[in-house]
Design a protein around this ligand. Sequence first.
Ligand code: BG6
Ligand code: MG
Length: 220
Amino acid sequence: MVKACIFDLDGVIVDTAKYHFIAWRRLANSLGFDFSEEENEKLKGVSRMESLNLILQWGGVEKTEAEKLALTDLKNGWYREYILKMGPEEILEGVVPFLDHLEGLGIRMAVGSSSKNASTILSQIGLTPRFEAVIDGNRITRSKPDPQVFEMGARAMGLPSGECIVFEDAEKGVDAALAGGFLAVGVGSEENLSHAHYVLPNFIGVSLQNILDGIKAKMP
Ligand code: BG6
Ligand code: MG
């Protein structure tokens, strides 16, 4: 019996990957190298510091821990310039009708995001009041693929993981949901997310029943 849905934010509710990419690229360029959009894919769902470590590796650049903190602060300042301009028009198509649909069914809702900017983004797009719990990068000590963020979301609602569906666009996010015993629904391409219980391209025209039927059909 599904009682709640836990949503990842970046890539599920809004497409912030494009802003992360611009800001990280600006940082890489300032250090004398560049990276591709393909490499940027590998940063999805990954924490801020882990993202920097990957980017420095791609550029073959070494930095001290103190320098890395300064670099992540610099990047975050640039990234925040973009997210502070976001508005409800940036909510991905189909999301609001799906939230309305879940609300009508009495399904509870939470956000489970690795981002320390999650509350800012939710407030910019006007969706804060929709979620009973928001667990973000400021609250967790272990990043995805560890299930901590989703476990804290389920705990905040007083529900066991088996009664919650997690929606994720990142491979590691799906890993995290599976590791925590959640029903995992991938949002995006089947190619990266085939380990999920079910994959949706987006939320356009989707109902909870569609998802439950899809999960059932994929179960062995
Ligand atoms: C995740 C994004 O949601 O949050 C990652 O998919 C990002 O790309 C991570 O690195 C941390 O975000 P922030 O906003 O705390 O730098
Ligand atoms: Mg994501």
